[in-house]
Write a protein that binds this ligand. Structure first.
Ligand SMILES: NC(=O)c1ccc[n+]([C@@H]2O[C@H](COP(=O)([O-])OP(=O)(O)OC[C@H]3O[C@@H](n4cnc5c(N)ncnc54)[C@H](OP(=O)(O)O)[C@@H]3O)[C@@H](O)[C@H]2O)c1
Length: 250
């Protein structure tokens, strides 16, 4: 029987690859992101590469509590419990300003985009989660190393998700629901870095891996898929790093 899987941040990068991976398993997919055109395009791409894929795009800004309410009522109208919720939303806050106002903006945006988008999606959908379902949040190697730009808001925000995952696992264990976070290192072919990384910075990130290569969105997608599978069901309250060994580095 096909499962209902909700992926936020599904119009690009890791989220789009994740949605495609579940679609290949004949799961029923609900895809969320802010920009409608790009989201619809992502859904169409998945439908054309996965024959028979059941993919619905729903444009919402997940940093807004009203959107979380809309998401909940939309999912309620589908009439199926949520088997998997993967919160791939996230972004790097601008760090090029000066003074305390820009420090505040960096930390507020980091928290809003990387923490609150996940928290309100999860809390909004919890009553509709299937017993035995799975929640996956997306942290970063920056939570371990500290962000390499600005005053560190991004890495600090990602580490807040670790604490939230442990709390969720504890709360939801009695319902058989797992909660984990995936912490990727550098993953190529995403929009996270806006206009892209400079060749020097990209080379540096790749050299920090022991495998001497960047990760691909599909690598991270496969891990999310596993965590939502029956085999992955005993994994909970974990932060799983996927970074080509670059946490320890060369
Ligand atoms: N790429 C990497 O190297 C890397 C490394 C470590 C961790 N990560 C983490 O992995 C996750 C996925 O990253 P990615 O590289 O795939 O990024 P991406 O390519 O930039 O995709 C981000 C997705 O999130 C959506 N989004 C952002 N803010 C949103 C909001 N408020 N409401 C709804 N949707 C929102 C974006 O679409 P819209 O802008 O249209 O909303 C897009 O679909 C993020 O949490 C990121 O921090 C990535």
């Amino acid at each position: 029987m096909s499962r209902l899987i909700v992926v936020t941040g599904a119009s690009a990068g890791i989220g789009k690859a994740t949605a495609k991976r579940f679609a290949e398993n004949n799961d029923k997919m609900l895809l969320i992101a802010r920009r409608e055109e790009r989201l619809t395009q992502a859904a169409e791409e998945i439908e054309s590469s996965v024959p028979g894929a059941d993919v619905e795009p729903l444009a919402l800004d997940m940093s807004d509590a009203g959107s979380a309410e809309l998401l909940r009522s939309h999912v309620g109208s589908i009439g199926l419990p949520v088997d998997g919720l993967l919160c791939c939303t996230g972004s790097l806050p601008p760090t090029d300003g000066e003074g305390l106002v820009s420090v505040l903006a960096e930390w507020q945006l980091a928290y809003q985009s990387n923490v609150l988008t996940a928290v309100i999606a999860v809390e909004g959908l919890l009553p509709l989660m299937a017993d035995g379902g799975s929640i996956v949040l997306y942290s970063s190697i920056a939570a371990y190393r500290g962000s390499s730009s600005g005053t560190g808001g991004y890495g600090a925000a990602k580490s807040a998700l670790h604490s939230y995952v442990h709390r969720l696992a504890n709360r939801l264990g009695p319902r058989g629901i797992s909660a984990n976070a995936i912490a990727p290192g550098y993953i190529a072919d995403t929009d996270l870095f806006g206009g892209g990384l400079s060749p020097t910075r990209e080379t540096m990130l790749i050299r920090q891996t022991v495998l001497n290569r960047a990760g691909e969105p599909a690598n991270v997608a496969e891990l999310g898929f596993y965590l939502c599978s029956q085999h992955g069901g005993h994994v909970t309250s974990q932060i799983i790093q996927i970074n080509g060994g670059s946490h320890h580095g060369t």
